[in-house]
Write a protein that binds this ligand. Structure first.
Ligand code: GLN
Length: 192
């Protein structure tokens, strides 16, 4: 059984821990470099990417996170977590940094004010899932090694991607009762 950490600087940590456990993994909160060393994979939750970035710097986690991702640790980012895994961002705060790893440009708060939050059914890696979007980003563009796993209206925007051991969704599967996205990530870890 893989041990998956949930980055617990900020955001909806408990929900991800519960979903990972339901998906058959052992899950634990990760706040410090030593805790990061102890996990096989990492979930970066939704929340607020600017706050997460600042806290990652304060807790001396940004470099260790970049290092583990570079070494090939599997990671899954939802919403703010997707922003954290993007190599480049649009509409970030001044100086906003990410962990990076996925060769993509992600636009923060992309869906705009009128649909700040919405829910939609969409195809994720061949499965129909119910997706919750909250001030969500979308993927503006991707590099050649990035696989599109899901798109959403309006605009047929890219909202789920995978690049090797890295997975990201604009939406929050941890807020639904549906564990399929977490199962997909747990299966990824088992395969790698
Ligand atoms: N808008 C948030 C950000 O920029 C993400 C929102 C979310 O994670 N629900 O980080």
């Amino acid at each position: 059984m893989p041990t998956i950490g949930v980055l617990a600087l900020q955001g909806d940590v408990r929900e991800h821990v519960r979903m990972l456990q339901e998906a058959g993994a052992s899950a634990t909160a990760v706040r410090r470099p030593a805790e990061l060393d102890a996990v096989d994979g990492l979930v970066i939750p939704g929340g607020e990417s600017t706050t997460m970035w600042k806290l990652a710097e304060t807790f001396d986690m940004l470099q260790p996170l970049r290092m583990r991702i570079k070494e090939g640790m599997p990671a899954y980012g939802s919403c703010a977590g997707m922003i954290m895994l993007a190599d480049r961002i649009e509409d970030g705060a001044a100086g906003q940094q990410t962990i990076g790893g996925i060769d993509m440009v992600v636009r923060r708060n992309a869906f705009g004010r009128q649909i700040d939050s919405f829910e939609s059914d969409l195809d994720f890696a061949g499965d129909r899932v119910h997706a919750v979007f909250i001030r969500a980003p979308w993927v503006e563009s991707i590099g050649g090694d990035v696989e599109v796993l899901g798109r959403c209206e309006p605009g047929d925007r890219i909202v789920a991607v995978r690049q090797g051991p890295l997975l990201a969704t604009s939406f929050h599967p941890e807020l639904t009762g549906d564990t399929r996205v977490h199962r997909y990530f747990v299966d990824m870890l088992r395969e790698l």
